[in-house]
Design a protein. Sequence first.
Length: 294
Amino acid sequence: MAENWQHIPILAKEIAGLILQDKNGCYLDGTLGLGGHTKLFLSMLGKGAKILGLDKDQKAIEFAVNKVNDTRLTAKQASYLDAPQILAELNWPLLDGALFDLGLSSYQLDDASRGFSFSKSGPLDMRFDNTKGQTAADILNTFTADKLEYIFKNYGEERSSYKVALAICQARREKPFTNTFELANLIEKNIPRFGGTHPATKIFQALRIAVNHELQTVEEAPKMLEKIIKIGGRAAFLTFHSLEDRIIKYSFRDMAQTGKWRLVNKKLINPSFEEIKNNSRARSAGLRVIERVY
Ligand SMILES: C[S@@+](CC[C@H](N)C(=O)[O-])C[C@H]1O[C@@H](n2cnc3c(N)ncnc32)[C@H](O)[C@@H]1O
């Protein structure tokens, strides 16, 4: 049931320690999700603090607002790339800190109706904002084999990309794809199973990234920081795979070279063994933080 959805915030105390520098400051949670990070942050902040929480997913916003239940949170359904405009409309000053906890939340993965999971029967949707844009089914049923191969190879680092792309184009002539299990079954027939990982893992990841234009959006995020972070303020990015981390790592390096920004941590911060033991989703997480120096 939706009320029982859980998402354990990752590296939450570490992030709080690194970005909450002013107890009564203004902050952005660019990926509010179920509000796990925001709830902790507010418990550590003073009465004068405020947080703007954004998420593309309207359901997430509703649950977060209920769960956090705090007037210091202003929540809106929007992309984090809209933060400069929203902050201007709200008339907020430049921020003391911002968090971008990338990718999808475990509640989205667990909700079969969203189509993110190959182990649950559901519509092939995969949109964070399910009110607009192309679904995974639209992509599978209309993209050329070359385009599908590009997505699987570049967003999923899948070795059998071409084979799967061809198999999809052949299968959809008989019947267009509508359901997650149809795709998962086709992948199982075309990719040999190695170890414990399901062969559909990378293809599903790749499709989700394509549906939500995730990498293009992540690429734009560091460029926006100058418009929203004050001097001395910090921005934290929590990434979940090497494609995302590479973008943040090189963007931060370029920003630091301008002299306007400083890397707070030079090496990626990973969750402890203890945290991974309690929350398996934390195993692929990595944190990078940058500070505006002028
Ligand atoms: C990992 S979850 C965040 C979990 C959250 N930190 C918590 O503790 O509950 C990522 C969230 O980011 C949202 N999201 C992904 N891309 C986004 C974007 N460009 N703008 C706003 N939200 C986005 C997803 O809908 C998802 O709810």
